[in-house]
Design a protein around this ligand. Structure first.
Ligand code: MUC
Ligand code: MG
Length: 373
C-alpha cells in the first residue's frame, strides 16, 4: 500500500506571457500569473494544482499573492501529516481556518486529488466517479478589442477548425458603443459561428434592460453576467424579460449561490469554474443543484494554465450535467504550455489526457523559467 501521508505543501508563483494582450472590462492582461501548488506524499508522489484568477484581483478579490499567503501560512499546516484520501475532512477543516478564499482552496483541492490519484495509479476522473465523455467542445474567448481585430482573429480560428463559437468580453467601453461594436461582429459572423458575450457584471439593471435585447437582435446567442453578481433578482428579471439566453458567472461562487440562482430562475446556464467555487468537490455540489432544476452547465475557466485546465477537464468529463460546452481554451492563450506533452485540442474539442492523476506532466525547465523571483 502506498503511504498517502502528506509530507509537504509548497507553492510558487509563475508569470506566463500571453500570445496577445487579453483586455477585460477593467484591466488588460499581458501575462497570466499562476500559483502552482505542489502536495508531496511521504512516498515522494507529487500532485499539482493551480491558484488562478482571470488577470488579477478585479474579478473576485483574490490574486496569486493573496493565495500564496493563504496557502503557505494557513492551509498548508492543516494538510501536512494528513493522508490525501482524507480529502473531504481536510477541505472541511480548511473552512474552520480560512473563510472564503475559494480560488486558493481550489488549488489545494486539485493538488490533493492529483497526488491521491497518482499514488493509486488512476486518473483523477476515477476519483470523481468515472468518465462519461472523453472530450468537450471549446469556445474561444476574445478580449474587448476593435471590430477589425476581433474579426481577423475569429476568421483565423474558423479556418483552423479549432473553434466554432466565440465569447467576446464587454464592459470596457460605454454600453452604447460596446453594444454597437458587438452587434457589428455578430452580424458579420451570422450563420458561421456562435457569438456569446461576457459583460463581467459591469452594467446596472436599466443599462442591461436597454442593451441586452439589442444584442439578442444582432444574433448574440448567450449573454453572460450582465449585472452585479449579488443582484440575483435582477438577473432573473433579465432572463424573464429580454429573451436572451442568460449565463450566471459571478453570481455563482458556491453551492448556496447556485441554489439561489435556480430557486429564482435567474439563469438558463451556470458557468461552472472549478476555481471560483473552491475545487472539484464543490463543483460537484454546484452541478447537482443545477441538474435538480434543469439548469444547464458550461465548463468555464478563470484562464487556468495546463494543470488547472486539466483539472477542469477531468471534472467536466465526469459530470453529465455539463451539457453546454466549455471555454477551456486558456492553455492556447499562453505563450508556452509548460508541459512535456501538450494538451490535445482537435476537431473543436479538448481531449482528456491518459495517465495517472491529471494526466499532464510539467516541464521543470519551463516552470523554472517562469517562476517569479
Ligand atoms: C470570465 O469572467 O468568464 C473567461 C474567459 C475570459 O476571457 O475571461 C474569463 C473570465
Ligand atoms: Mg465570466
Amino acid at each position: 500500500m502506498p503511504d498517502l501521508t502528506v509530507r509537504s505543501v509548497d507553492s510558487v508563483i509563475l508569470d506566463v506571457p500571453l500570445i496577445r494582450p487579453h483586455k477585460f472590462a477593467t484591466t488588460t492582461a499581458t501575462a497570466q500569473p499562476i500559483l502552482l501548488v505542489t502536495v508531496t506524499t511521504e512516498d515522494g508522489v507529487a500532485g499539482h494544482g493551480e491558484g488562478v484568477v482571470p488577470g488579477g484581483p478585479w474579478w473576485g478579490g483574490e490574486s496569486v499573492e493573496t493565495m500564496k499567503a493563504i496557502v503557505d501560512r494557513y492551509l498548508a499546516p492543516v494538510i501536512v501529516g494528513r493522508r490525501v484520501n482524507e480529502l473531504p475532512g481536510i477541505m472541511a477543516d480548511l473552512e474552520r481556518v480560512v473563510a472564503n478564499a475559494r480560488f486558493a482552496k481550489a488549488a489545494v483541492d486539485v493538488a490533493l486529488h492529483d497526488a491521491w490519484a497518482r499514488s493509486l495509479g488512476v486518473p483523477v476522473h476515477d476519483l470523481l466517479g468515472g468518465a462519461c465523455r472523453d472530450s468537450i467542445e471549446v469556445t474561444w474567448a476574445l478580449g474587448s478589442a476593435p471590430v477589425g481585430e476581433v474579426l481577423d482573429e475569429v476568421e483565423g480560428k474558423l479556418e483552423s477548425g479549432l473553434h466554432h463559437s466565440f465569447k467576446l468580453k464587454m464592459g470596457a467601453l460605454p454600453p452604447d458603443e460596446d453594444t454597437r461594436r458587438v452587434a457589428e461582429i455578430a452580424r458579420a459572423l451570422d450563420g458561421r459561428a456562435s457569438v456569446r458575450v461576457d459583460v463581467n457584471a459591469r452594467w446596472d439593471r436599466f443599462t442591461a434592460l436597454t442593451h441586452v435585447p439589442r444584442l439578442v437582435e444582432a444574433g448574440v446567442d448567450l449573454v453572460e453576467q450582465p449585472t452585479p453578481g449579488n443582484q440575483i433578482e435582477v438577473l432573473a428579471e433579465l432572463t424573464r424579460r429580454t429573451g436572451a439566453t442568460v449565463m450566471a458567472d459571478e453570481s455563482v461562487c458556491s453551492p448556496h449561490d447556485a441554489l439561489e440562482v435556480v430557486r429564482q430562475g435567474a439563469a438558463d446556464v451556470i458557468a461552472l469554474k472549478t476555481t471560483k467555487v473552491g475545487g472539484l468537490r464543490q463543483s460537484r455540489e454546484v452541478a447537482a443543484i443545477a441538474k435538480a432544476q434543469g439548469v444547464a452547465l458550461h465548463g468555464a475557466t478563470s484562464l487556468e494554465g495546463p494543470v488547472g485546465t486539466a483539472a477542469s477537464l477531468h471534472f467536466v468529463c465526469s459530470e453529465p450535467g455539463v451539457n453546454h460546452g466549455s471555454e477551456l481554451f486558456a492553455p492556447l492563450l499562453l505563450a508556452e504550455e509548460l508541459l512535456t506533452e501538450p494538451l490535445r485540442y482537435a476537431d473543436g474539442r479538448l481531449h482528456l489526457p491518459e495517465g495517472p492523476g491529471l494526466g499532464v506532466e510539467l516541464d521543470p525547465d519551463a516552470v523554472k523559467r517562469f517562476t517569479r523571483t
